[in-house]
Design a protein around this ligand. Structure first.
Ligand code: NI
Ligand code: MN
Length: 227
């Protein structure tokens, strides 16, 4: 499984030859200037909730790549009104099987409105299962006991957790979350993009290490392979 970090909470993940793009927020992100939107490829775009910092480039990338969008019902209805047609509306608790594996929508404790103020349904996280491994993409969320259900549901090989505090859980809460989901390999997201979520990533990594866990902080534009 190949993972590329495109800044904020946006990752491109290749599984079995299919490219999944999570929460595209690239052109408005000054930290992601080096990422060229027209070079982005995607078979599926997964959108955790309607906030601008998760959906900003979704329409452009969907039009350019012909990718299918996986999100909640309300966001899919809104995207249809913006002219998109390849939509997979889901909701929390639901699971779908696709060529690369499966996507299950899970609880996120947050809010969700679309850039024009339209109600954006409930925010979600995703659990992806595939022959190349299973992972959890939390979206924007507080720490919640519901995360224990994820750890009981499947073996999670690695997880994308928000660590920036203020709008989501903090890095310290992410350590507890990683215990709840029973996964020691965390990739940080939703940090340093804006002043309120600027954190000391080195200190956060040290606290993870003391707890016997790994917090990977990827550089924007960096790619890694995980199995
Ligand atoms: Ni948000
Ligand atoms: Mn956000």
């Amino acid at each position: 499984m190949d993972i590329s970090y495109l800044g904020h909470s946006c990752f491109s993940i290749t599984i079995n030859g299919k490219i999944l793009l999570f929460d595209p927020f690239i052109t408005p992100n000054p930290l992601a200037k080096a990422i060229k939107l027209e070079k982005i490829q995607a078979d599926y775009i997964l959108i955790s909730h309607g906030h601008y910092d998760h959906i900003a480039d979704a329409i452009n990338i969907a039009q350019q790549t012909n990718a299918k969008i996986i999100s909640n019902h309300e966001i899919c209805v809104w995207l249809e009104k913006q002219g998109l047609s390849q939509l997979i509306p889901m909701n929390i608790g639901g699971k779908i099987k696709l060529e690369f594996g499966s996507v299950k929508c899970v609880v996120a404790i947050h809010s969700s409105s679309l850039p024009d103020g339209t109600y954006g349904g409930n925010p979600m996280g995703f659990v992806i299962e595939s022959p190349e491994g299973n992972f959890y993409y939390a979206g924007d969320t507080a720490l919640t006991y519901d995360m224990k259900l994820i750890g009981e549901y499947r073996k999670i090989d690695f997880a994308f957790l928000p660590i920036g505090d203020n709008y989501t859980m903090s890095a310290d809460n992410a350590i507890i979350a990683s215990e709840f989901i029973d996964c020691d390999y965390i990739i940080g997201m939703h940090f340093n993009t804006f002043p309120p979520i600027t954190i000391d990533t080195k200190a956060a990594q040290q606290r993870f290490e003391i707890s016997g866990k790994k917090l990977l902080i990827m550089e924007i534009g960096e790619s890694i392979s995980l199995k």
